[in-house]
Design a protein around this ligand. Structure first.
Ligand SMILES: [Zn+2]
Length: 438
């Protein structure tokens, strides 16, 4: 099953309304994807699970929601303009980009693949900027070139002073953001794994400029992030940490680890944990002329904090959760998504749709559950078919209203994973669905 698992998931996503190719009726737009009714719910649930775990459940952590369009100087300060305006070629094996005018770097990279007995081939050199340009302004000829943000990180760092002045946080403290970013990827690939428009979920934690404090926070964050995947039911054996080799680290990184997932195309990145040192704040201090230091009330010291970052996409974990959840069991296809992530928390069925008393009773339960949960109504076909249809989209529970319900206010509740059915009282449905969310 693993060799065509990706195709099966892509096909399920299209068929059942999770993910469609972007602007499909016009022939699509390379590297873009649209989320359908169930995909939009799944993505929302994933981001909410991240925010809840990383922000709401923790202390001394704040959220921001910065603009996608930023002053172009931000990208000079961050190093993005400089690093991405050269003629670049891209390694077709690992998608890493190199300056076409640096033969030594190219040779060195080729040797890495040759040593691993992998083939090396390069794209044609292109004058390349990974930042997506946009023109802002109303008068032709007076428009300013801006960039759609290439990462959400900088929206946090440029607001460092605002957050400190308004919230008076005690160091160490975290600032989180979730939002869209854009990159001119040369080679979008593997469904939603690499696309030109994507969402990121990031936590920037500001710590004292001290190697021990920084590395303690780094280890804490590595552990915290791995636990998040496990909490949401991802298969432990398909997850691992990988440390970046010194030559693959980004320009700012003092230490860098990835959490990786074993995909059908091999181990690949889920997210990164980076020790960014004082790179961001000192660069923004320099380029903006603003003082971005922090005054520690306890020790009476003033310093530029260091940053420990956790940086995940939304799409990669989403894809990995889908791959991880997909199972074929006899006649049925089932998505064993964690109930927190599942688009619908339960489906409500009247046993027969032509019996008004059953339909009315079931509608009442449906309306009552809808106040607390995203539940779905289905009265098409026989019950067995309805179960299978819900299994395929990951609905954890199916509730059937039958003639006995009219007599004793009990329903049949059927579990997606065990397929076991039990009779429970209507008044117990809510607490049962709540328990599944844990
Ligand atoms: Zn390569």
């Amino acid at each position: 099953m693993t060799e065509n698992l990706l195709e099966k998931v892509v096909s399920l996503c299209k068929r059942r309304g999770f993910i469609f190719p972007g602007s499909e009726i016009y022939g699509g737009l390379k590297g873009t994807w649209d989320y359908g009714p169930l995909g939009a719910e799944l993505k929302f649930n994933l981001k909410e699970a991240w925010w809840d775990y990383m922000v709401k459940q923790r202390e001394n952590v704040f959220g921001v929601n910065a603009s996608i369009l930023m002053n172009p100087k931000v990208w000079e300060a961050s190093g993005h303009v400089e690093s991405f305006t050269d003629p670049l070629i891209e390694c077709k094996t690992c998608n890493e980009r190199f300056r076409a005018d640096k033969p030594a770097d190219i040779k060195e990279h080729e040797n890495v693949h040759i040593k691993k007995k992998e083939k090396v081939s390069w794209t044609e050199p292109k004058q390349f900027n990974i930042l997506v340009e946009a023109k802002l302004g109303v008068v032709e000829g007076e428009k300013t070139t801006v960039y759609l943000r290439g990462e959400i990180t900088q929206g946090v760092h440029v607001n460092f002073k605002n957050v400190v002045d308004s919230m008076h946080p005690k160091i160490p403290f975290g600032v989180a953001q979730v939002g869209k970013a854009f990159r001119n990827e040369i080679t979008p690939r593997n469904f939603i794994f690499r696309s030109r428009e994507f969402e990121q979920m990031e936590m920037q934690t500001y710590v004292k400029p001290d190697e021990k404090e920084a590395m303690d926070m780094f280890e804490f964050m590595k552990d915290l992030r791995m636990k998040w995947y496990l909490m949401l039911g991802m298969n432990k054996n398909k997850l691992r940490f990988r440390e970046h080799a010194p030559d693959e680290r980004a320009h700012y990184a003092r230490a860098a680890w990835d959490i990786e997932y074993e995909t059908p195309w091999g181990w690949d990145e889920a997210e990164g944990i980076h020790h960014r040192g004082d790179w961001d704040l000192s660069r923004h201090s320099k380029f903006s002329g603003q003082d971005l230091s922090y005054f520690d009330q306890e020790t009476k010291e003033r310093f530029i904090p260091w940053v420990i970052e956790t940086s995940a996409g939304a799409e990669r974990p989403l894809l990995y959760f889908l791959l991880d959840a997909y199972a074929e069991e006899g006649e049925r296809v089932v998505l064993k998504l964690h109930p927190k992530l599942a688009p619908y928390k339960a489906a409500i069925f009247p046993l027969l749709k032509n019996k008004p008393e059953l339909v009315e009773k079931a509608r009442g339960i449906y309306r009552e559950l809808k106040i607390d949960f995203n539940v779905v109504w289905d009265d098409r076909g026989n019950i067995g078919k309805r179960y299978y249809a819900q299994d395929e989209i990951g609905t954890p529970a199916c509730i059937t209203v039958d003639f006995q319900t009219l007599e004793d206010d009990t329903v049949t509740i059927r579990d997606r994973d065990t397929m076991k059915q039990e009779r429970i009282s209507i008044k117990d449905i809510k607490s049962l669905l709540h328990d599944k969310q844990k």
